[in-house]
Design a protein around this ligand. Sequence first.
Ligand code: NOJ
Length: 536
Amino acid sequence: MSELEWWQTAVIYQIYPRSFQDSTSDGIGDLPGITRRLDYLVDLGIDAIWISPFYPSPMADFGYDVADYTDVDPIFGTLTDFDELLATAHHLGLKVIIDIVPNHTSDQHRWFLESRSSRDNPKRDWYVWRDPMPDGSPPNNWLSAFGGGAWEWDETTGQFYLHTFVREQPDLNWRNPDVVEAMHDVYRFWLDRGVDGFRIDVAHRIMKDPDLRDNPPKPGADGTFKSMGAYETQHHIHDMGHPDVHDAYRDLRAVLDSYDPPRVTIGEVHIFDWDEWVRYYGADLDGMHLPGNFTLLYVPWDAGAVRTRVDELEGILPDGAWPNYVLGNHDEPRLATRFGPERARLAAMLLLTLRGTPTLYYGDELGMTEVTIAPEDQQDPWALREPELGRDGCRTPMQWDASGSAGFSDADRASLWLPLTPDQATVNVKVLDQSPTSILTLYRRLLALRRGMSALHQGTYSPIESAADGVFAFERAEGAQQVCVVLNFGDQAVRFVHECVVGAEPLLSTTLRRPNIDGAAVELAANEGLILRLST
Ligand code: NOJ
């Protein structure tokens, strides 16, 4: 196998900076806090961190409304703090990926303040402004992903502007070459500082239909994506993903490729049609390195369904394109709540043994659950418009220990920006590290195994036909090293019988106990997963 890039063999760990570690006792996490906790991440065994936005922001969408792409919000620290974080991470052998939000800015970004100041301002065309329809209504039927319409009326200049998310997040006009250049400068600013890559927020949305045609109606949700309320009543074919989006990412790739050592782009591409999704790699693999693959977040938790999605992905990837998987992030209900504690362990093994780059979400290694936030305490702007879609519950502070504020902050527990999980006294790094069978111990063992075995971090993938109901089994191989992963998705124990089991050495079970192998058969408990090294 040819030499792989660092991001192909890496495990990425997503940090939501408000919630990882507070160093100023204000109840909100910050960059120096992250720096303080890098040792934990090295010890955990991950290779790269992705930090959600930390730029100056009015926090209408907790940092995804950027008011200045080239600075740090005082809540999170300073540019010097960022440089220190980066230098410390590099010193410890960790890569740092930052979040870039190219589709929209904050309405407080100076570009937008200029743009909205008059119709003939030089930056007017940096955003998407349109006249009303003759009856005064918005220019088309597009909806905001966070509820309501996607157009906001501007009294001063007598036009509407487009906002795919909340009205405080006006969409940039990527058809204006000055915008493209300005955004490339933003990427260069961080590349020059030494970041190792970018997670690109809603990457597929930057290019819309140039004629801004209406989206056609969609009768009923099609089940491929979580319910997004009224937003799902349209086919979103004109308000995102116009084919020239691929030119935009080819141009961006050229910017990145001029840097050495190699940097990575990971796009948030919420597209579930494989043919359309795979185009984001670029026609000659000259687009993004990793278009984010969200399929496992929404697939029914069933051996057959998961295998089908994995095989579809493996089948659609052109030669040289690298897969990636994720099971949790700051927009989704917590993994341990979606799946329950046993399945969460199986999910960890699945994520860390499939071929491709996995991304973990902070706290999932502890089995942190979704926190129920009372409606009056919700902070997420989406929740304020559509309460049942709020995302606060998966963004709660990292739980380091059993103390009042979980070691996350010196502030009182009541002053933390979001509450801790009710079981924080037992679900925290310190306690779980003392247990040889905890989920954290399982994550550590999985990460160590994956890093130590080339079959796991870079080997081929071949599904194994299994006679056992509810079992998804596959082989990973690199040179002479062969590993078999057997995952029991069922709530019943099963006996897995296969020739690969003969003479195999059990490496790890999700139960962290030694499995019972008998010739070609191995017993798996309900929801148990097993990694076996095959005899060669
Ligand atoms: C996707 C991000 O993951 C989400 O948190 C954010 O609210 C929207 N993009 C808008 O930037």
